[in-house]
Ligand binder design. Structure first.
Ligand code: SF4
Length: 428
């Protein structure tokens, strides 16, 4: 008999990819993805603990599906991801309808859940770097590839080192074999995933790994996330030299104020960050940069915030993900005095977003008239009469639908700049 699974995925790319791993593993056990939770024999919540909001969203959704067990007594419910690891007892106590809790290092057990009793799978898994997964990938042309797990940095606001454990890197041979397999199946782009890819280290370092991957000859290679402290000159040189690497870098700044960076335990100053940005832009003038900013970290004064505003204006990022600081129990920042009131955080966040909107529009306008190579991702979600693709620098571009399939690479002349995308025409 056919079995169905429904997965709710919250949070970062790491979680999106973990859901692909769970779906792939379950497909080997005869499961198919259900379109709605009502049709599932197994419901999995792949949770995120980075911010309080994502956690609340999960708990309220978990409450909303409770009644499904009445109509289907054989239904099993599992909670995976960072909340599962961090709040395992709380989840089991608060939601007796949950059957299983599995932390990010224990995804491989997902295939055996249906036969198991109510249980917690949250032990450290020293073999996680050697675990091979069947994957059920969302896209047929662009793939996520995990290269390492965990983080050693202990930024004072972040829960990840407690939920995903210490850094461990996958062997390069296994990563290279996975990417070769993807190329053979027609994939055009991979994004290498890790909390801090710059500190990848197995038999080779990250730059060595990039060189090996470049030789496979995919159309495009990207990676997230880089820690500014670990961004080396050798990596910048690799971005210049290796043709498959895209001219785009996500480099979380978090704050423009040195006192706040220190309290965050980020281990770089704003001047050091700028030095690296200068080096990258000097060597790759077409590079696009995106960043993360935390607003209202404990102790952030108006003048600290003004330094972040100044940094955003000086650097002119192409993209910014800014969030209000969210207290995470168990982290050092959670215990810090001088927590910033919510209303102040909200006002500062709005101010920063408005400034950044103008910067993005200005940077997008500078591309009008240029020719960009676009990798087509499919019909535009907002207007199906349009195609949507991305430049090598990760800008979204729309163009009139000309029948080009997902994965096609087109040269497009940019005609219009918007706040969040560009519009262009294919060059004949
Ligand atoms: S580098 Fe810092 S912010 Fe990123 S995952 Fe590690 S501890 Fe968290």
């Amino acid at each position: 008999m056919k079995k169905f699974v429904f997965i709710y995925t919250y949070g970062c790319q790491m979680n999106v990819h973990d859901s692909e791993k769970m779906l792939g593993t379950l497909a080997q056990e005869g499961y198919t993805a259900a379109t709605v939770p009502e049709k599932a024999d197994l419901i999995i919540f792949n949770t995120c603990a980075i911010r309080e909001k994502a956690e609340h969203k999960f708990y309220s959704q978990l409450g909303r599906i409770k009644h499904l067990k009445k109509s289907n007594p054989l239904l099993k419910i599992a909670v995976a991801g960072c909340v599962a690891q961090d709040s395992r007892q709380k989840v089991m106590k608060r939601a007796p309808h949950v059957d299983f809790v599995l932390g990010p290092q224990n995804l491989h057990v997902v295939g055996n859940l249906q036969t198991s009793k109510r249980n917690l799978y949250v032990d450290e898994n020293p073999d996680i770097a050697y675990q091979e997964y069947a994957m059920h990938r969302e896209s047929a042309t662009r793939a996520w590839v995990s290269i390492m797990y965990g983080c050693n940095n202990f930024c004072s606001y972040c829960i990840v080192p407690y939920t995903r454990g210490r850094e461990v890197s996958r062997p390069s041979s296994s990563i290279v074999a996975e990417i070769k397999g993807l190329k053979e199946r027609g994939y055009r782009e991979v994004t290498l995933l890790g909390q801090n890819v710059n500190s990848y280290r197995s038999d080779i370092d990250f730059v060595g790994l990039l060189r090996q991957i470049d030789r496979i000859g995919l159309e495009r290679v990207r990676f997230v996330t880089s820690h500014p402290r670990d961004l080396s000159t050798a990596l910048i040189d690799a971005l210049v030299e290796l043709p498959t690497l895209c001219n785009n870098l996500h480099l979380p700044l978090q704050s423009g104020a040195d006192a706040i960076l220190q309290a965050m335990n980020r281990k770089y100053t704003y001047a050091e960050y700028c030095e690296k940005i200068g080096l990258i832009r000097g060597k790759i003038p077409s590079v696009t940069l995106s960043t993360d900013i935390i607003i209202g970290f404990p102790g952030e004064s108006e003048s600290d915030f003004e330094q972040t505003v100044k940094a955003i204006k000086e650097i002119e990022f192409d993209g910014m993900f800014a969030f209000k600081y969210s207290k995470r129990k168990g982290t050092r920042a959670c215990e810090m005095a001088d927590q910033v009131p919510e209303s102040v955080k909200a006002e500062r966040l709005n101010r920063l977003l408005m400034i950044q909107e103008d910067i993005v529009l200005k940077r997008n306008r500078a591309l009008v008239g240029s020719v960009q190579e676009i990798l087509i991702e499919g019909a535009s979600e907002t207007d199906p009469s349009m195609l949507m693709g991305r430049t090598r620098s990760n800008k979204i571009v729309t163009l009139d639908h000309n029948g080009a399939p997902e994965g096609a690479v087109l040269n497009v002349i940019i005609e219009k700049a918007r706040h969040h995308s560009l519009h262009g025409k294919e060059l004949s």
